[in-house]
Design a protein around this ligand. Structure first.
Ligand code: ADP
Ligand code: ADP
Length: 229
């Protein structure tokens, strides 16, 4: 079934006298369990769309559904609950708390989620079971990002939204982070959306949405990815 469906999404940022048309009429259909990459030049609207999908921002115009939930027009409190229950975020910078171990960073989420994974199981899923008692400063950049992935998946969100998750990493390290996202997709059925500038990363996606100037200019189905199940 559909995870997200959107129609006529527009976003206009108004700053003083100037208007920026960040999204210029985007229609969207994302299936549950897909890995979708958002590719395109800086400023083409990728982050704006991801933030709207994640309930961090609202479109100026258009409609967006997550399954049966109509996100557009939803009161702020319901949007916050939608976000807490369904969305895991991963950003370019890992935002781990330096005074807490890897396990404690993940437990910040599992302590408040409804039906969380065990924090250690989440760390094992990203290949860091052995590093659970390490502090962020004792981990490499790639390992820190994998802790951030563990933290994001530990509440079992239906959707992972990743904004340049490998932007601060070299390509070999980035590939390992991407493998953890694929594993979450395969083992937990998580729908994964990834913003990247890197065409190599796009090869692992089921579909690639090519952004240009606030629109999805092209959608490419990737035949080479292995379909789960
Ligand atoms: P990228 O997508 O290239 O990683 P960002 O998403 O951080 O970069 O920003 C893209 C563009 O949006 C940049 O040109 C940045 O200046 C602009 N931008 C981001 N946030 C704001 C803001 N709050 N006000 C004005 N411009 C912003
Ligand atoms: P991308 O993620 O593809 O780099 P963005 O969605 O960040 O693109 O930005 C799209 C356009 O919207 C850019 O022109 C950017 O400068 C502008 N923009 C993004 N966020 C803001 C903001 N908070 N205020 C004003 N302009 C913004």
């Amino acid at each position: 079934g559909a995870a997200f469906s959107g129609k006529g999404l527009r976003k206009i940022y108004v700053t003083g006298e100037t208007e920026v048309h960040a999204l210029r009429g985007v229609d969207l259909a994302i299936e549950a369990g897909e890995i979708v990459v958002l590719l395109g030049p800086s400023g083409s609207g990728k982050s704006t769309l991801l933030n709207i999908i994640g309930g961090l921002d609202r479109p100026t115009e258009g409609e967006l559904f997550y399954r049966d939930l109509r996100l557009t027009g939803m009161p702020e409190s319901e949007l916050t609950r939608y976000r807490r229950e369904n969305i895991g975020f991963i950003f370019q910078f890992y935002n781990l708390i330096p005074s807490l171990t890897a396990e404690e960073n993940v437990r910040l989420v599992t302590d408040i989620a409804d039906e969380p994974m065990d924090a250690l199981d989440a760390l094992e899923l990203v290949g860091l079971g052995e590093r659970a008692q390490h502090y962020p400063a004792q981990l490499s950049g790639g390992e820190q990002q994998r802790v951030a992935v563990a933290r994001a998946i530990a509440k079992r969100p239906g959707v992972l939204l990743c904004d340049e998750p490998t932007g601060a990493l070299d390509s070999a390290t980035g590939v390992r982070v991407l493998e953890t996202l694929e594993r979450a997709n395969r083992e937990l059925g998580t729908t994964v959306l990834i913003i990247t500038h890197n065409a190599g990363i796009a090869a692992m996606a089921d579909r690639v949405l090519h952004f240009l100037d606030g629109q999805i200019a092209r959608v490419v189905e990737n035949e080479n990815t292995i379909e789960p199940g």
